[in-house]
Write a protein that binds this ligand. Structure first.
Ligand SMILES: Nc1ncnc2c1ncn2[C@@H]1O[C@H](COP(=O)(O)OP(=O)(O)O)[C@@H](O)[C@H]1O
Ligand SMILES: [Mg+2]
Length: 293
């Protein structure tokens, strides 16, 4: 498998919250109830790939190629030219026909992904497919995800049950197996805080904590707000200076401790000056004698 790199989501503001995007060759879950913008998310993720010349594969379980084209057109996104050039492949499947996930579905994705370096895959939505599987088939989902990871970077959308019960296997399994889980919510408070986005997990990376409002705008798509503050909070510090200020002698700190702090110093996110001093001091104290003792 090729070296892991970051992949732009195409969702405005989101990459900042993910510490510069998704990982390549990963399976990422977008969870939300009806109308939260999951299909828009999947389309926007595709569009960014198309703009960058990447191969994109869109699998739908509820929309045919015509309605997908229409949905994109309603935003002013012309995906027709990409479909004509076969840079964008779209297929609608029926969950009841995909009794084994390794059947038509995977062969379609494999055949389209073949011979392409950078591949984006969207499965919108995964819910009908996984709902049709027995609990014992969890291993198959794991296997399916690992196949997808070999092929490219995938976004899978998932229906959040209206009753809020997330402990169903059809919700739990993809959340558990997904590399990144993004939760879209429509809380219905009206304008500014109507829609919110939260990153639930993001494997092997920092991600922003908290809840961010987003809008769905014509032409633009999903636009996440409040990310400028996060950008400002991603800081790099002069470690030696901080250590000296705290009254420690650099040479008295073991190398492996300095190494931890060195990595931290390159990306101290959402930390104030006081937080940074406190973190550095606490870590040093854990491994060595404090200067006053
Ligand atoms: N062309 C558009 N311009 C502005 N907003 C749109 C447009 N198309 C869809 N939306 C918004 O996106 C919402 C639906 O998003 P969608 O991705 O279909 O939801 P989901 O897939 O989660 O059910 C709509 O309710 C609407 O508010
Ligand atoms: Mg949808």
């Amino acid at each position: 498998m090729s070296e892991r790199v970051r992949i732009e989501t195409g969702i405005f503001g989101l990459d900042t919250l993910l510490g510069s995007g998704l990982w390549s060759n990963s399976v990422n879950v977008v969870l939300g109830s009806a109308g939260t913008g999951k299909t828009v998310f999947a389309l926007q993720f595709m569009l960014r790939g198309l703009e960058k010349g990447e191969k994109c594969i869109f699998v739908s379980f509820d929309m045919d190629i015509g309605s997908i084209r229409e949905a994109a057109e309603s935003f002013g996104w012309d995906i027709s030219k990409y479909i004509d050039q076969n840079q964008l492949a779209i297929n609608k499947f029926f969950a009841e026909d995909v009794s084994y996930i390794n059947n038509d579905l995977l062969s379609f994705i494999v055949s389209e992904a073949e011979n392409h370096d950078r591949v984006r895959i969207a499965i919108d939505s995964f819910t009908p497919l996984i709902s049709s599987l027995d609990y014992e088939m969890r291993n198959d989902v794991n296997w399916f995800f690992s196949k997808l990871k070999e092929l490219g970077t995938t976004v899978i959308t998932l229906e959040e049950p209206l009753n809020g019960n997330m402990s169903k296997p059809s919700v739990e399994i993809p959340i558990f197996l997904g590399d990144t889980v993004i939760h879209l919510k429509n809380i219905g408070y009206g304008e500014a805080f109507n829609r919110t986005l939260k990153i639930i997990k993001h494997r092997s990376s920092w991600h922003a904590e908290g809840v961010f409002p987003y809008r769905i705008l014509k032409g633009i798509g999903i636009f996440v707000e409040g990310t400028a503050i996060v950008e400002k909070m991603i800081r790099r510090i002069n470690l030696e200076e901080v250590i000296k200020e705290l009254g420690y002698d650099l040479s008295s700190i073991p190398d492996f401790v300095l190494q931890k702090l060195d990595v931290f110093s390159k990306e101290c996110v959402q930390c104030s000056d006081e937080d940074i001093r406190n973190i550095v001091k606490t870590v040093i104290k854990c491994y060595s004698k404090s200067p006053e003792s």
